[in-house]
Design a protein around this ligand. Structure first.
Ligand code: ADP
Ligand code: ZN
Length: 694
């Protein structure tokens, strides 16, 4: 039988992975591989890279060899494949010898569709690989081959020989690295100059981008956690000490949080990581070392306690949230003290100029007064046409006022301090602070001492930062961060140049904006509990049983039987058989729970308004006719519930029923209407029309 090849791929996608359609670029990449062409796939985290070689592995004859740098990642992907009923395994130095032998046996017998191998172990497989049928080679995290990249791995350089040794087998290299030099180096290093490169957009529209001044950080975090305590999230700090302090603070407030940093023993770190992956510890307070090699798809938020040193790092770290493409929150605290500290680090580095330039871009992002995502993607060379609508600036755009007077005051203090003092002292003098540093230098005698005492310290600090950004002030970091005036400042002071400043948004106002974050329904929590139970029993991470996206789809569609369950995104053949019955039971029990307590018409009404079930679905769930369900709605309406009953019927239909009423001999029974409309209007609609039309 002829099958359309595109349809064939979609069938494989649904059967094995449970998905209905491809994500951007997946299909083109897969097609290119199936045509036996070398391929380079550049996609952001969560873009669905794995599927680009996993699906062809299933469509092609033989075994796909996947090279992957981290043992944890291999295990995770193999678990996920096996959960989908796909025969896959890995081969690396962490396995006992008997297991290794078993894997090789399976490989030789052609029992594996995919084998994950660490690059270090590839030479050991050389002999066997020459005797078996290989479908394709996939090189995951391919940027590791480039010494330009940030995670260069010497073992990756051996992969150069793959193309030479297996000239006829297609090869795919995958990475999420956005850096151009590294991207280009991959083709050279792997000796695949003719590979077709696919570059997906790096936008991650589901990540909410929020940047706030780093004041009262702990309080802001505690406020944030009130709404997110059940979700997994990571807080990044710069120092080990601060991770421990913050974790302790959170624990003392009753949150389950652990500190994670390079100073802990390897066992301790791995235990913490496992508890996070398995949803046992929701909150990790970590140095940047945490998160590499974690594929957990349901990290729901990332907070930066300190500003990262460049945009690449920031994007990589926030990118660990929302891999399932559901909404995720990211929050960056920005403080001038962090900038100064990071500048010190950068100045001590060998590539000082480079580091400082990157830090400056990070700072520009943090201080941006226009759509953050535009700034962010612009950095990676991508240009959004419209504002994103999902960042703090888009949600509450800054408003401006005439800040000329403030600017004049600030500039005049800088001038009177002879351009010798850093921001902190300038602010102290402006505010008329009574402290020893001020008195020691006799600054209380300066004419403009206390000139801006009516403005709060932190607001004044934000204004000064805006003046820096507008090029009115400049800062000499290498000279203790002293502030200097620019030519523009002279125009402000002496030529009446106007200055526009953005109003400072108070945190309380921001919180109001953020309140829209949705409340999780009861059923979702029940589904999550079942998922944890099943995951524990199978000794694997919860997100491998089902992603949050799959649970959300179940919550939304409320499948009643296996046939309906099969429609859920993420449910393929294997998971349908393994988990379908259990989840359906929980869903039905949840709906039954609504059943028992209330009168019948209220139950139907509640299912419609609160659970978003269609009348057809309600009828099915409750074993009623659709007519009775509409009857229930009508009854609720009659009882005075604020309910838009007119949504079920058009004005013309009401009109037609009115006309019928005047024509019919027996307008008090319903059947004559039914016949009058040639059985095309259901009874419930007739009843509704009569009610509304009278
Ligand atoms: P990456 O490796 O690019 O970060 P993954 O391969 O881990 O991304 O995929 C991210 C998530 O998207 C996973 O949960 C994966 O199952 C899911 N996914 C992949 N392809 C699809 C698809 N076509 N439709 C829906 N979800 C998908
Ligand atoms: Zn935006």
């Amino acid at each position: 039988m002829e099958t359309n090849p595109q349809q064939h791929l979609l069938t494989l996608l649904k059967t094995h992975f449970g998905y209905e359609k491809f994500l951007p670029n997946q299909e083109e990449i897969i097609q290119n591989l199936l045509n036996k062409n070398d391929t380079i796939a550049i996609m952001p985290t969560g873009g669905g890279k794995s599927l680009c070689f996993q699906l062809p592995a299933l469509a092609m004859e033989g075994t796909a060899i996947v090279l992957s740098p981290l043992i944890a990642l291999m295990k995770d992907q193999v678990d996920a494949l096996q959960a989908n009923g796909i025969s896959a395994n890995f081969y690396n130095s962490s396995q006992p010898q008997e297991i290794q032998q078993q894997v090789l046996q399976d490989l030789q017998n052609g029992n594996l569709k995919l084998l994950y191998v660490a690059p270090e172990s590839l030479p050991q497989l050389h002999f066997i690989l020459n005797t078996i049928k290989i479908s394709l080679f996939a090189i995951d995290e391919a940027h590791c081959i480039s010494s330009w990249g940030h995670d260069f791995r010497p073992a990756y350089t051996q992969l150069k020989s793959v193309r030479e040794q297996f000239p006829d087998i297609p090869l795919i290299a995958l990475t999420a690295t956005a850096d151009r030099a590294t991207r280009e180096d991959i083709a050279t290093q792997l000796a695949i100059p003719n590979a077709k490169t696919f570059i997906a957009s790096f936008d991650r529209p589901n990540l909410y981008l929020d940047v706030r001044p780093g004041q009262n950080r702990n309080k802001q975090i505690l406020d944030f956690l009130k709404k997110h305590s059940k979700e997994s999230g990571i807080i990044y700090c710069l120092s080990r000490k601060s991770t421990e302090k913050l974790a302790a603070t959170l624990s003392s407030k009753g949150y389950k949080a652990e500190a994670y940093h390079a100073g802990l023993s390897a066992e301790k770190r791995s235990a913490i990581q496992d508890d996070f992956v398995n949803d046992t510890t929701p909150i990790i307070v970590a140095t940047i070392a945490f998160g590499m090699g974690i594929d957990k798809s349901n990290v729901r938020w990332v907070i930066h306690y300190n500003m990262p040193k460049n945009i690449e790092g920031y994007y990589q770290e926030i990118g660990r949230s929302g891999r399932d493409r559901l909404a995720a929150n990211t929050l960056l605290f920005y403080s001038f003290a962090d900038v100064i500290m990071l500048r010190k680090f950068a100045e001590d580095s060998e590539t000082k100029e480079f580091q400082l330039a990157k830090l400056e871009r990070m700072q520009q992002f943090s201080e941006a007064l226009s759509c953050r995502r535009k700034v962010l993607l612009g950095y990676f060379g991508e240009h959004l046409l419209e504002d994103c609508g999902n960042c703090d600036i888009c949600k509450s755009p800054p408003t401006y006022f005439d800040g000329t007077l403030i600017a004049q005051k600030v500039c005049s203090v800088v001038a009177r301090l002879k351009e010798q003092e850093a921001l902190g002292m300038v602010l102290d003098v402006l505010r008329g602070a009574q402290n020893t540093q001020v008195f020691d230098k006799g600054y209380q005698n300066i004419k403009t001492f206390g000139a801006a005492k009516d403005i709060a310290w932190r607001d004044l600090q934000q204004y000064a930062i805006q003046l820096l950004n507008q090029g009115i002030l400049q800062i000499h970091f290498h000279e203790n961060g002293r502030l200097l005036l620019t030519n523009l400042a002279k125009k402000v002071l002496f030529e009446g140049k106007k200055v526009r400043l953005a109003n400072i948004v108070q945190e309380t106002e921001k919180l109001k904006v953020e309140k829209i974050s949705h409340k999780r329904a009861d059923l979702f929590e029940k589904l999550k509990t079942l998922r944890s139970k099943l995951a524990q029993a199978a000794n694997m991470p919860a997100y491998i049983v089902f992603s949050d996206a799959a649970l959300e789809d179940m919550e939304h569609k409320k499948p009643q039987n296996l046939e309906e369950f099969a429609e859920i995104s993420g449910v393929g053949k294997a998971k349908l058989e393994k988990y379908g019955a259990d989840f359906i039971k929980v869903i039905n029990r949840h709906l039954d729970g609504l059943e028992t307590k209330l009168p019948s018409h209220e139950r139907s009404y509640k299912m419609f308004t609160e659970e978003n079930l269609s009348p057809q679905k309600i009828a099915k769930v409750r074993g009623l006719t659709v007519d009775s369900v509409y009857g229930h709605f009508l009854k609720m309406y009659e009882l005075g519930t604020d309910f838009d009953i007119k949504q079920f019927i058009s004005t013309e239909e009401i009109q037609q029923i009115k006309v019928a009423k005047e024509t019919l001999e027996n307008p008090d029974a319903l059947k004559p209407y039914f016949e009058y409309f040639e059985e095309k209007l259901p009874y419930w609609k007739i009843r509704l029309g009569l009610y509304l039309g009278s």
